[in-house]
Design a protein around this ligand. Sequence first.
Ligand SMILES: [Zn+2]
Length: 259
Amino acid sequence: MPGEANKENSATEMKKATARTKQATTPKAKRYLDCSICRTIPDRAQADWIRDELLGDPLPKAESRLMVVGAPFFVDRHSHSHSCLKQCPECDTFYGWDFSYEYLVHGSEDEVVLTRLSDAEGQRRARAVFTTIEADETKFRAEAVPRIDTLLDSPDGKGVYGAAYFLQGGQMRGHDVSFAIHALVKALVRFSAADEENTYLESCASLIYLVLSDAVKESPEAAGRVLDILESKGVDATNTELKRVKWLIADCRKPLATG
Ligand SMILES: [Zn+2]
């Protein structure tokens, strides 16, 4: 019967198609077998500690070469129970990393589990990582607006430390703070020039310096902007008496020289 023959044909075609798909995907999915990092990592590895003493084997050494997806927002710190997604820098294979912590009297019971993931699962988790980071950055930018106003306008410096601390928190989670550079530089000049005996304003200037210093070390563009803002404010870059402004100028020149 022609119908039967067609059915048979289509079944054969399907088998052939499946075989082709397997040929196409198997080497890709198993590429970790040829990877100098991943081939020493089993599909699932676990390490356990009781009161800081390792029980059994540690995780394979190559685990330390995996990158945390979405760092520094996500980290693999052994501090509280949490999870992150890791990825091999050589072959892009994804891993789930889960740390669990259980309090015991006189110590704790800790466990780390590393699990190799399929590409589909890894990509799904990676999308979730970046969605979380984007949402946090949007919230951070919105909440920074009143803090920028405080940096620019606070007549007596009230709230300035809190504003700088908020910006530093976002920066430590990996968010760009270049939108705040103008306000930070203006505040740095203002509080660096304040009476040195005023320890509150001193600590404000120190913290603002740290935020700016990190920002310019990361980006020659930010360094160029800082120098332009200082110039527009009439700060003599070669001969300023303000020590934190002097340090910042030196920090700016390093990335400009190399970048
Ligand atoms: Zn790999």
